[in-house]
Design a protein around this ligand. Structure first.
Ligand SMILES: *[C@@H]1O[C@H](CO)[C@@H](O)[C@H](O)[C@H]1NC(C)=O
Ligand SMILES: *[C@@H]1O[C@H](CO)[C@@H](O)[C@H](O)[C@H]1NC(C)=O
Ligand SMILES: *[C@@H]1O[C@H](CO)[C@@H](O)[C@H](O)[C@H]1NC(C)=O
Ligand SMILES: *[C@@H]1O[C@H](CO)[C@@H](O)[C@H](O)[C@H]1NC(C)=O
Length: 327
């Protein structure tokens, strides 16, 4: 009897504690960063699904890009898979690793509304969406909206799913079949994977039997520093709380090339809007200041998808058109 009670308790505990994690990114399903994170997350007891674009979708923000045909017209990045393959599919030896010919936001939708319920018969809500780690940092609200990594994350938050975006400074786009090395303690992908797993484990530990890992409407934006081979003095960065806005600021811009008579992408400083604190904890440093400091530190910003203005500013703006509301 005692044994039966014990066994039931164990079974209950493990169903409560085993979480469904959806892992995505914008650099594509075959890059080293996301594969390293997948394997490290799998070392926990959680049920991890990797569903990511078949090719690079950086800078796509929350765009919904949906396959136009059931097969691929062009090959995936690193020729993986080849043109003519199905527009969505999984690794031959692991049906938890999927590509989809879409953007990060639509990969999330594909996983949530099609793949998990139909292919895996999962009707439970996803417990956490993890996006990244991105090849390149995502700091300030201007990159928040531009970033495909974050596009998946804010779409998950819209659907009441706790979600975290992770980014790192290396833009080196590498194929997992060439570079994945989970045993190399100086490999940046491995270090990020370990740190991501540390944060995810902490979140679920704190969550316990509560329904959600993060409050509704909120998500996290996390930026790692250069680690391992990128900076050998930094292998275990500490976590630092930050905010999205603040000095300095950066935003997308364009520059003109008179030789080609074309424009190219070039960052530019943001305006006061990106420096001014209007909501949230104004004593926190901006995430970009931590990234630029070169410290062995990871910025962690908490964002809200309640885009409404704080009350006094909202009223100030609405008052400017007050006569329109009078009848
Ligand atoms: C799908 O899951 C439900 C419970 O959530 C179960 O009743 C049903 O038998 C499952 N279907 C298949 C095909 O496994
Ligand atoms: C990119 O990564 C590959 C594999 O790790 C490495 O051989 C190459 O030197 C890296 N390139 C840069 C510019 O860091
Ligand atoms: C490498 O990290 C250390 C802290 O661990 C920092 O002081 C140093 O500035 C970093 N170097 C570079 C090139 O970013
Ligand atoms: C400008 O265009 C020329 C010709 O296409 C190209 O060779 C050069 O690299 C471009 N310069 C920049 C800064 O993009």
């Amino acid at each position: 009897m005692q044994f039966i009670v014990f066994a039931i308790t164990l079974a209950l505990a493990s169903t409560t504690l085993s979480k469904i994690i959806l892992l995505t990114n914008d650099d594509g399903w075959a890059v080293t960063n996301i594969r390293a994170t997948y394997y490290k997350l799998k070392e926990t007891e959680h049920d991890v699904y990797l569903v990511a674009p078949v090719s690079q979708r950086t800078g796509w923000g929350g765009t919904y890009d949906i396959p136009k045909a059931p097969t691929l017209d062009t090959e995936g990045d690193f020729s993986y898979p080849k043109a003519g393959a199905p527009s969505w599919g999984h690794e031959v030896d692991d049906d938890h690793i999927w590509y989809f010919d879409g953007s990060p936001a639509s990969c999330f939708a594909f996983a949530e509304s099609y793949l998990l319920p139909t292919h895996f018969n999962i009707s439970d809500k996803i417990d956490l969406v993890v996006s990244g780690p991105n090849e390149g940092q995502n700091v300030s609200p201007s990159l928040f909206t531009l970033s495909g990594t974050l596009g998946a994350v804010y779409n998950a938050v819209y659907r009441d799913i706790p979600a975290i975006a992770f980014s790192g400074p290396s833009t080196n786009n590498s194929f997992y079949q060439d570079d994945l090395d989970l045993d190399d303690p100086l490999d940046a992908s491995t270090i990020y994977a370990i740190k991501i797993t540390e944060m995810v484990t902490q979140l679920f530990e704190t969550q316990g039997v509560n329904e959600r890992a993060l409050p509704i409407g909120l998500g996290l934006n996390v930026n790692f520093p250069a680690v391992g081979y990128l900076n050998e003095t930094c292998t275990n960065p500490r976590w630092v709380r930050t905010r999205l806005t603040g000095d300095p600021s950066v935003m997308p811009g364009l520059a003109y090339n008179s030789t080609s008579n074309l424009f190219y992408f070039a960052f530019q400083p943001g305006g006061d809007a990106l420096r001014t604190c209007q909501i949230g904890d104004c004593t926190l440093p901006s995430e970009y200041s931590i990234v630029l400091s070169g410290e062995c530190a990871t910025s962690v910003s908490v964002f809200s998808i309640d885009y409404d203005a704080p009350i006094h500013l909202g009223n100030e703006a609405a008052n400017l058109i007050a006569p329109l509301f009078e009848n």
